[in-house]
Design a protein around this ligand. Structure first.
Ligand SMILES: [Cu+2]
Length: 153
């Protein structure tokens, strides 16, 4: 009496296991694999550049006419200083916002998430050549540009 019930339960268990495994395989091959293959391969030298490029958000940047992003036209060299760090030395918060949507295929969308508070930083790793300008949303006269190129040597 109990024999057929337990073998039935065993059968259902096996089917559930097989279904679970095939779902996992389908998920892995159709979602996970393509996603990981899509991620561009970036050289170690670019992932770990020799140094950072620091852009200072100068004290007093909040006032129109004062220096704000320093340097405001930054030349970034891949493998040298392609990690850029904006440091807010002002007493108010500022944003680092591209004029137009700017995407690095490795690091994703460029721009600070909201305001960079006084004393805080925003950093971004550039992995490919690109050129664009950016500004600060609350103080649109604050403008800068970034030009990322290959190392010059
Ligand atoms: Cu600002």
């Amino acid at each position: 009496m109990s024999q057929p019930t337990s073998s039935h339960a065993y059968g259902i268990g096996m089917i559930a296991l097989l279904v679970g495994m095939s779902v996992t395989i389908v998920f892995y091959t159709s979602f996970y694999l393509p996603e990981s293959l899509l991620k561009p391969s970036v050289s170690e030298e670019i992932l770990h550049p020799e140094g950072n490029l620091i852009i200072n958000i100068a004290e007093g940047a909040v006032t129109q006419g004062n220096e704000n992003f320093v340097p405001n036209m930054a030349a970034v060299e891949l493998e040298v200083n392609n990690r850029v760090v904006w440091t807010n030395s002002d007493i108010t918060g500022h944003t680092v916002t591209p004029d137009h949507r700017q995407i690095d295929s490795y690091s994703g969308e460029f721009g600070s998430h909201g305001v960079v508070l006084s004393g805080e930083t925003y950093e971004f790793l550039f992995t490919e050549e690109q050129e664009f300008s950016y500004y600060c949303i609350p103080h649109p006269w604050m403008m800068g540009s970034i030009s990322v190129g290959k190392a010059r040597f």
